[in-house]
Each structure stands twice: as C-alpha cells, then as structure tokens.
Design a protein. Structure first.
Length: 619
C-alpha cells in the first residue's frame, strides 16, 4: 500500500497494488471514486457513466495483470507454454532440438557365387555391397546401407573372414556345387540422403540457410564451389573438429586376438565452419556460417588496424576521407565464409516410430551398388548382380517420433549441469565410453590416482576380441582416445593411458550331492550357473572376487548337500593349445580374509575358457 500526503488539506489517498482480476480492480476503483470524488459522480451502476469509466479501467488492469503473469511464467521452463519461448530456453540450456529419429536395422546381404572347375567358389566373383545401397521394406520405407559389406575379405589361411558365412547353394545332377551362397551383415538406416545448393552473393557475414526437408538427422558434408569444406561445430568459437581417417589395415589381416579399429582419429582446424539449429515449430534445420570473409583470410585472426592507414607518399597535407569501420570487424575468430560461391549441403533426413519394422520385412534392393575388387568376367558379374538379395532377421530399433515439448522440457535441468570438460573421475569415464565406436571400443576402464603426481591419473583400458575374450587395447585405439580426451582435459591435468591386466583364473570345486539326485545333472546345473556368474559382463576392473558368492551359487542348486572345497589357480601362457594372459598372479598373497580375492591395480578377473577353466567334482 502506497500512502502519499498531499500538500493541501485533501484527505490521504490510499492506493492498493495487490489486485489481480477484473472484480477486485472494479471494487477498489469504485471505493476509491466514492471516497475521494463523492460530489463529481454519484452513479456507479453498470449502466451509468461512472460505471463505464470504472469498468474500462478495471478491464485494462485485468489485461495487464494477465499479461504480466503470463510473461513471468514464460521465463521458467517448467511453466512456459509458448513454443517460441520454450525454444529460447532450450537453446540457452544447450538442449538440442531434433526431429524424428531414423531406425537402425541390421540387414543380411546375400549373393550367389558360381563354383569354379575345382568345385570351390570363384574368388574373383566375391563382391562388395557399397555404402549407399538402398533396400525397401513392405510399407515402402527405404533403408540405406551405412558402410560397405565386404564379402571378399579372407583370413591368412584363405578362408572367409570373420562375419562372412557361406554354404552350398545349387548342385548339379552329380551332386557337384553349382554355386555358393555368401552372406554378411550390414547396418542400414531409415533415412534419405538429399543434396541442396545455395549461392552466397558477395560477403554475407553469418549467412543462414534453411534446409527444405524436415527431421534432418545428420549433415554429411558442406562443400563450396571453390573447394573449401565447411565443418559442423557446436558453436562458432570452436575452431577445431575431429576427423575420421580410415584404417589402411584390412580387417581380414588384423590380429584375431585384438579388437579391430576401423578408423584413426585426427584433429583438424576448421576455419570454414557452421552450426545448425532446428525450429521447434517447423522442425526445419537452419545452418549458420561464420562471420569472417574467406577472401581476406590470412594468419591474423583479427585484422590489423594499421593496414587500413592511408599512405601519404611524401605529402605533408591530405584531405578528409571516409573509412568503413566494418572492415575492422571482418575477423575469422568466429569462422569464415567465402564470398561469391555456391555451397552444396548433403544431409540425411526422415524417421519415425513406424520405421521400427518387424523381422523379415525387407522386400527388395531398390538401389544396388555392387563392386568387384577382383575383376571377374562380365557374365559372372552380371549373374552375381542378379542374385543379390537382402533380408532383416531382427526388428528395426531406434526409430522414434519428434520429442514432445514436455520431453524436451525435462532435459533442461540435466543439460544445465553438463559441462564440456573433464573434472571428476566420472567425467573421465563418461568421455572414455563415449568415444565413437569407429575409433575403437573400450570394454572396461579403470582410473587410479598417480602416486607420483597428484594432478595425474592412471587410466587402465581393456577391450574384447572377436571371441568376446578380454585383451589389451590396441595402440591405435589408445592414440585415438588420447587425441579425443585431450580436447576435454584441464590444462593442468595429465592422463596416462595404460594397458589393463587380465588375470586368467581356473576354479576347482568339490561338492557332495544328495544320493537321490542324478549326480551328473546336478553337476551340470552348477556348472551352468557358475558360467553365467563368471561372464565378463558381470565384472568390472578392480572388482574383487568373493569366493563366498561362488559357494552360495553352488549351494543354491537343488541336490547340493555341501561344498567340500574351492581352489583358485592362476593360468598363464600356452596350456593345451589355449593361449592365456601373461600376467602372473599370486592367489595366496592376494586372498584377504580367506574369501576375498583382490585383483592387481588396473586388473580384471576372467575365466577365458570356461569349458576348461571351471572344473567341478562330485565326491
């Protein structure tokens, strides 16, 4: 309440500022008028002139109150209702606005390979299903192959590489093979690849271009007619990007005991760059390019003001001149765009929940891109092309409709707490496991403080080979990870990437079985439960092994009366043709309290060959 004294003898006029609706405004205005202007107007009825004035003022106050409440609510993500205001809040919090998501579909590609004169398959006819091959489903949804499916790869002994299956197809009257059916799996995506071209007239700082298709999933490339490549960044101040370089070692020639790394990771400068935004209402994507001019790019990020000075050439006087201050603002600190060029954008778009098609739903190969690296005859190549086929044995996954306003609203709190740097142990582990799979996949990671340096961390890594067994990370993966982590670590921190230690164990146990039970059946049940327990998916690095848990698993099987003993042994080197880890481990020294087996620093326990390393006996 505001009370103000008039210099005259008029009574004190009290005003209220807590009214929120039409009725309260009208009541207080009428009371105010009757109190301070009793002789001017006596009729304040709804049909009178005084009532008209009061209701007009109350109406204005009611509208302003509603508008103020609405605008205040639009400042909070939890109460905002207008999509344009919520879109601003989402951008401020760093929540990406996306459209419909495409489905990922594992597809098996088949080809009939003719037999040669020796009855084997013709190796020259083995093809490559190239990236970009398109298969259609029964509802008419196209799926595009993301990477090559190479049927020609072989191991060192000449047999087809891992992941390639083959069987005898047709046979003649004598039972000799006519052809062989080769197959391998590839990953397809239910999105369409499209290209658009637009022109840049002169120098246009922060040029924007809106793509014509909705639900853009990925920008594949942005290339100017002058040959410059524009890189996508999160914000224009980001001047470097990661680039994938294909591994020049063929998959078939890689070591079977180590994980195959498809690509190397490199960091490239990105003077020509852009970032993308998606409209919440239209789901159209807009590209925003840098503010600098590509025509004047040099080593200086910021123009030198002295370069704008006018030479006098010996004169002692000069007239007034005009200078454009915008010339001093054409910096490349926020990226650059070349003037007078055409820019071509290639991107993928499309998706939806209905793209998660059921198994056996691929009907045809609509666009076949086949390559023969070993140059067969034209007739053989034509026959293989005609035999190409595809099918999906699994359901499509990942397809979804665009996120709703409420779903995006819920992402704001977590997005505000996220950060693009490594501060804690959890941050480092999150970055390690988020390394794109094409650069190598870390199966398990462990972090320890470096005892020699308080600002350094020891990062231990383990991977899996094609058989699912633990192995040390290949050097290429460690190089890629070091390049990746270096962009997020604090300048005062150091990260030492080391090989994890695989401790191969052999478990021997002796049990007593109820005489009324089948001894072999009980032992088989116990063995099956222990194999599940010792699966590497159930263990982490630096995780101890509790022998009491092993005893409980054995006890909880029907027919087991007692566990007479459990012994643990470390296996190393080559035993019976089976290759174990070279890590030597003293079981007795590391056994705490008689039942807790402590792994070495950065170590992980593994039963590498359960059929040989898990030995049970019935007494």
């Amino acid at each position: 309440m505001d009370t103000r004294n008039n210099a005259s003898s008029q009574p004190i006029r009290a005003r209220k500022y807590i009214n929120k609706d039409f009725d309260s405004f009208r009541a207080d205005l009428e009371e105010y008028a009757r109190t301070f202007f009793p002789n001017q107007i006596q009729d304040f009825s709804p049909n009178g002139f005084g009532g008209l004035l009061i209701e007009l003022a109350a109406y204005v106050g009611d509208v302003q109150s509603l508008y103020l409440d609405h605008q205040f609510g639009e400042l909070n993500a939890e109460t905002a209702v207008e999509s344009k205001n919520l879109e601003k809040l989402l951008r401020e919090a760093g929540v990406p606005i996306v459209g419909a998501a495409p489905a990922v579909l594992p597809v098996t590609f088949y080809a009939r390979i003719p037999a040669n004169s020796q009855g084997s398959y013709d190796t020259t006819a083995l093809p490559i299903f190239k990236e970009g091959t398109i298969v259609n489903s029964n509802p008419g949804i196209p799926f595009q192959l993301l990477s090559d499916v190479e049927l020609h790869l072989t191991k060192s002994d000449g047999t087809p590489a891992a992941g390639i299956s083959y069987s005898i197809g047709e046979v003649d009257n004598n039972g000799n093979p006519v052809n062989y059916i080769f197959s391998a799996n590839g990953t397809c995506l239910s999105s369409t690849t499209t290209s658009e071209t637009f022109s840049v007239s002169g120098f246009e700082p922060f040029k924007t271009y809106t793509l014509t298709n909705r639900d853009v999933n990925e920008i594949l490339s942005v290339v100017g007619s002058d040959g410059n490549t524009y890189y996508e960044v999160e914000f224009l101040t980001q001047d470097t990007v990661f680039k994938s370089i294909a591994n020049n070692i063929p998959r078939g020639e890689s070591s079977p005991t180590q994980q195959y790394v498809e690509s190397n990771l490199e960091i490239l400068p990105a003077p020509y760059r852009f970032f993308k935004t998606t409209s919440l209402s239209t789901r159209l994507t807009t590209l925003t390019f840098g503010g600098g001019s590509g025509a004047t790019m040099d080593d200086d990020l910021v123009p030198d003001p002295s370069e704008a000075a006018l030479p006098l050439f010996g004169k002692r006087s000069f007239s007034r001149f005009s200078i454009d201050p915008n010339n001093l603002l054409r910096t490349s600190t926020l990226g650059a765009i070349a003037p007078d060029v055409s820019i071509t954008v290639t991107y993928r778009h499309g998706g939806g929940l209905n793209h998660n098609i059921p198994p056996n739903n691929i009907s045809e190969i609509s666009t076949l891109i086949l390559e023969f690296p070993n140059s067969p005859s034209a007739a053989v190549a034509s026959a293989v092309r005609a035999s190409a086929d595809a099918n999906n044995n699994e359901r499509g996954k990942g397809g979804d409709d665009p996120p709703t306003l409420d779903e995006l609203r819920l992402q704001i709190p977590s997005a505000r707490n996220s950060q693009s740097r490594i501060v804690s142990k959890e941050d480092l582990l999150a970055r390690v496991y988020s390394l794109p799979a094409t650069f190598g996949r870390v199966y398990r990671a462990s972090i320890r403080t470096n005892p020699d340096s308080p600002n350094a961390a020891l990062l231990f890594l383990l991977c899996r080979n094609d058989l699912g067994q633990l192995t040390v990370a290949p050097d290429m993966l460690k190089d890629n990870l070091a390049t990746y982590l270096n962009q997020f670590r604090m300048i005062s921190d150091a990260i030492d990437i080391l090989d994890g230690r695989v401790v191969n164990l052999q478990i021997n146990y002796d049990i007593t079985v109820d005489p009324s039970q089948n001894r072999q059946q009980v032992l088989q049940n116990v063995q099956s439960k222990l194999v599940q327990y010792f699966n590497t998916n159930n263990f982490q690095m630096d995780q101890p092994l509790f022998l009491d848990d092993v005893r409980n698993i054995i006890y909880n099987n029907v027919g087991v009366l007692s566990v007479r003993g459990i012994t643990v042994r470390n296996l190393t080197g080559n035993i019976g043709g089976r290759e174990y880890s070279s890590v030597s481990y003293n079981v007795d020294t590391n056994l705490a309290n008689g039942s807790i087996l402590i792994p070495p620093m950065g170590g992980m326990f593994e039963l590498k060959f359960p059929a040989f390393d898990l030995i049970g006996r019935v007494s």
